[in-house]
Ligand binder design. Structure first.
Ligand code: GUN
Length: 288
């Protein structure tokens, strides 16, 4: 079977152009301030540093302003809460993110709850998450939005299809499960959520029309675990012996899937561009 690769780089470029056009029309032509994203990074997790640097690169690329607060390893939780308060109050910051994961001594729920939902461009605050779940307007988590946009723009039918999600994180698994099953013009998929404790996971993946893999284990999904013609979305990214690997065993799935996202160049660039889109949305809300 021929497998078509879903080109996240190309699509992200297309969407960046659309964002630039909106910035020109609704911000620059009306002499309004450019969108401004705040980023709070804690500690020295090398993946987080890479992710944040990539987000900054995208901001620079498109002209979105950014402010980075990098707190050293072992920073007290109160200091982080103080920085969040400053971002909440700063009228020049339209939206901001606190890069996850946090260090073990931090209470992640407490940190996320302290972010002003109007500035929560990650869509992690329960107010946004709840609104998303209920089909209301809100910020949606960027990776989930990126996956949905890839499927939509490539005109992959999800209505009535069986989607199996592997992983239940607040960043990907949970939000994408909710979005795929929404009663919405692009939704109505039948979703099964599986995770690291699911027994006999192949039983589920073999039945899936669409598989979204966000389990954090390199090469987890093998070709023999999917049915022929399935659509496979790989959300993993791992540095392994100077190679970048996804959660999908690319070479065994390639030729068996109908569509497949590569790593790199699949969901990664889409996630970054969706953060820009959310930041623009926050700025436009803030400039009314
Ligand atoms: N860590 C991995 N992905 C993300 C993301 O989308 N947002 C934040 N804040 N942290 C992350």
């Amino acid at each position: 079977m021929t497998t078509q690769l879903l080109n996240g780089n190309l699509l992200a470029k297309e969407i960046k152009n659309e964002i630039s056009n909106i910035i020109e029309k609704k911000i620059l032509n009306e002499n309004k301030r450019m969108p401004h994203l705040g980023i709070i990074l804690t500690g020295n997790n090398s993946s987080s540093i890479t992710y944040v640097n990539n987000k900054i690169k995208e901001c620079k690329n498109i002209g979105i302003q950014y402010s980075l607060i990098h707190l050293p390893i072992n920073t007290l939780e109160n200091k982080l809460l103080e920085e969040i308060k400053k971002m909440n109050r700063n009228p020049y910051i339209d939206g901001f993110i606190v890069q996850l994961p946090l260090e073990k001594h931090m209470n992640q729920d407490k940190i996320i709850l302290s972010i002003d939902p109007k500035k929560d461009v990650d869509g992690f605050h329960p107010e946004n998450f709840g609104k998303m779940s209920l089909g209301m307007k809100a910020f949606f988590p960027a990776t989930a939005l990126g996956i949905l946009t890839v499927l939509e723009r490539y005109k992959i039918q999800i209505y009535g299809k069986h989607t199996v999600v592997i992983g239940r994180s607040r960043i990907v698994g949970r939000p994408i499960s909710i979005l795929m099953s929404r009663k919405n013009y692009f939704g109505n998929s039948t979703v099964t959520i599986t995770h690291s404790k699911t027994k006999n996971i192949e039983f589920y993946t073999k039945q899936a029309d669409i598989i979204i893999v966000a389990v954090g284990i390199p090469k987890f999904l093998k070709g023999k675990m999917i049915k022929k013609g399935a659509v496979v979305i790989d959300v993993g990214i791992h540095n392994h012996e100077n190679k970048i690997l996804g959660d999908v065993d690319f070479y065994s799935v390639y030729g068996r899937a109908s569509y497949l996202t590569p790593v790199p160049g699949g969901i990664g660039p889409m996630t970054r561009v969706m953060l820009l889109k959310n930041t623009l949305m926050a700025a436009l809300n803030n400039r009314k």
